[in-house]
Design a protein around this ligand. Sequence first.
Ligand code: FES
Length: 126
Amino acid sequence: VRVEYLNYEVMADKLWELTDDDLFEKAADGGLTPEDYGEFYVRDSESLLEAAERQGYAWPFACRGGACTNCAVAVVEGEMPSPSSHILPKELHDRGIRLSCIVAPETDAKIVYNVKHLPAVQDLLL
Ligand code: FES
């Protein structure tokens, strides 16, 4: 399945919000580098983080086991169910926050990575 991604740090610079309806249109037109915006395919056996790494991207992580939130992403569109064991509180999960080390998209998806810099996620960082 195909994943379109955007770096949260770019959004912070440009004052874009996760709730902007046209967020990915703005990203596509924003002249961003492939590191900050683009798309790739995730293989069946891969986590989202592993797929990003296979493209050569250095997305943040630490534990690789669903226990630290360094690898958090926000799912803007698409289905990405979490396994039962992870550290995210329900309200963040309900807002579409996922841990890229332990999830994989079930459908084509749009995600924002680097959301460990989102204040609500930062509170959880160990
Ligand atoms: Fe720690 Fe994913 S790297 S939760």
